[in-house]
Design a protein around this ligand. Structure first.
Ligand code: PRP
Ligand code: ZN
Length: 305
């Protein structure tokens, strides 16, 4: 039996992630890469951590900030858009900050944008001044703050979904919604005109830290997350070369890390260097022409900085 959700002091860490949707799969992959594994419960809403005392709660993304605020979950993987919206909504009614983004996770990128019908000539936010314009959105707090900052008095029409259809239904003139590929906007004859927020998935936690066993667990998890994020595109490049070829090879590798020389034999040096980002076939061929032999590109599996 798992302990009741909502217990104040705990020695297990509980992480909320999206049950299904864009962030669900990459979130699980990231946590698995951090060495976590789970025994899935039959309803699959609660996954009991096996490798570490870290459990998963599978929920709607919109519920994640609230679960952290209420202390039901300790951490969550959620879009910055959702976190900022709910933080903004709390601030607008005078509630204290309850959560914060601990790390950007490099997936789930999208932008919260103002979009107008394709046929509009958009000249800038000033166009909305004094027009009594209605803007449909699921992000009333972020939009409200943006409008306040611009000194624009537009009417915010809050919708929980299918925002893109509002202009055609006549419930609003324009919209403010998430744009990823832009396909949904295009399909609804809308065009993006103002960017209100660059969003991606973040690891969120409570505004105040933990004062029990969860503190150490959270710290360990963060360190592993950092390790995984850093390694994402890191490659170890290994090759052999004669001493004379070294200056030319160093020129080709000036963007890589320091070139490490390992003891070789018969005057041939054994060399390795860490490259940030992918190493292309073109780069390997250039290195070979400059005298590198036995070129090998290796993925880095784990590292602790
Ligand atoms: C989001 C957003 C847009 C769409 C944009 O919805 O609300 O409708 O994605 O993506 P695109 O630019 O690639 O077309 P999502 O599918 O996340 O569903 P939700 O709004 O119901 O959470
Ligand atoms: Zn959603």
């Amino acid at each position: 039996m798992s302990p009741p959700l909502g217990t104040a002091t705990r020695d297990r860490l509980r992480i909320a992630i999206q049950k299904s949707g864009r962030l669900a799969e990459p979130a699980r992959k990231l946590l698995a890469a951090c060495g976590l594994s789970w025994r899935e419960s039959r309803d699959k809403l609660f996954c009991y951590g096996e490798s570490l005392p870290v459990d998963l709660l599978l929920v709607r993304d919109d519920d994640i900030p609230g679960l952290i605020a209420d202390g039901v979950c300790d951490l969550g993987i959620v879009g910055r858009n959702e976190l900022d919206e709910q933080a903004g909504a709390r601030a607008r009614i005078g509630l204290p900050q309850a959560y914060r983004a601990l790390r950007g996770l490099g997936f789930g990128q999208c932008r919260l944008m103002l979009a107008v019908p394709e046929e509009w000539d958009w000249t800038g936010p000033d166009q909305l001044r004094g027009q009594g314009t209605r803007i449909a959105t699921s992000y009333p707090a972020i939009l409200g703050n943006w409008l306040d900052a611009q000194g624009i008095d537009a009417q915010v029409v809050e919708l929980s979904g299918s925002v893109e259809i509002a202009p055609r239904l006549g419930t609003a003139e324009l919209i403010c919604d998430l744009v990823s590929s832009g396909a949904t906007l295009a399909a609804n004859h809308l065009k993006p005109v103002e960017n209100l927020l660059d969003s991606e998935a973040v690891l969120a936690g409570p505004a105040s830290g933990f004062d029990d066993a969860r503190a150490g667990l959270a710290q360990m998890l963060l360190r592993r997350v950092d390790g995984v994020l850093q390694l994402k595109e890191r490659k170890l490049l290994m090759f052999n070369a004669a001493q004379e070829a070294l200056p030319a090879l160093e020129r080709l590798l000036q963007d890589a890390g320091p070139l490490v020389r390992l003891p070789g034999s018969n005057g041939v040096l054994s060399l390795q260097t860490m490259c940030e980002g992918a190493v292309s076939w073109q780069q390997l061929e250039d290195l070979e022409r400059a005298g590198a032999r036995g070129l090998m590109v290796l993925a880095v599996e784990r590292s602790l900085a």
